[in-house]
Write a protein that binds this ligand. Sequence first.
Ligand code: C2G
Length: 136
Amino acid sequence: MKTVLTYGTFDLLHYGHINLLKRAKALGDYLIVGCSTDEFNAIKNKHSFYTFENRKRVLEAIKYVDLVIPENDWEQKRKDIQKYGVDVFVMGDDWQNKFDNLSDLCEVVYLTRTPDISTTMVKSYIDRRDAVVNNS
Ligand code: C2G
C-alpha cells in the first residue's frame, strides 16, 4: 500500500481543494489529510468559518480521503511521516520547496494550485454581497 500525506485548513471547501485531494490520492492508495486545528490556524493567522471538528467531518466525507488527523503545529510532519509510513508527501505549489527537507523520509510532490479560487476569495465575495444588500 502506497500512503500519501497532505495538510491544510480546508475551510469553506471548494473545487481547488478537491482538485488537490483527487490528484494527491492518485499518487497512491491511501490518503491521509492533516487538518489544521483551530489553535494551529491562529498560529497560521487564519480564522476559519468552520470549526476543526466540522472541517474534519467534511474532509472525512470526501471519497479520496481515507484518514483525517489533526495538524497541531509546523513540526509534526516528520513524526507523522514515520508514524504512518508515508511514501509521498504532497502540497499545492504555493508551498513549492517549503517542505523539501522532508525528502530524506519520503517523496515530496508539489501539485499546481488551482487558479482563481480560494477560501479568501469566497469570503470576500460574500462580504461584498452583504455590503450591497445591507446598503440597498
Ligand atoms: N489549494 C490548491 N488550489 C487552491 C487552493 C488551495 O491546490 N485554489 C491547495 C493548497 O496548496 C494546499 C491545500 O489546497 O495544499 C489546502 O489549502 P489550505 O486549506 O489553504 O491550506 P494551507 O493554509 O495552505 O495550510 O502545514 C501546511 C499548512 O497546514 C497548509
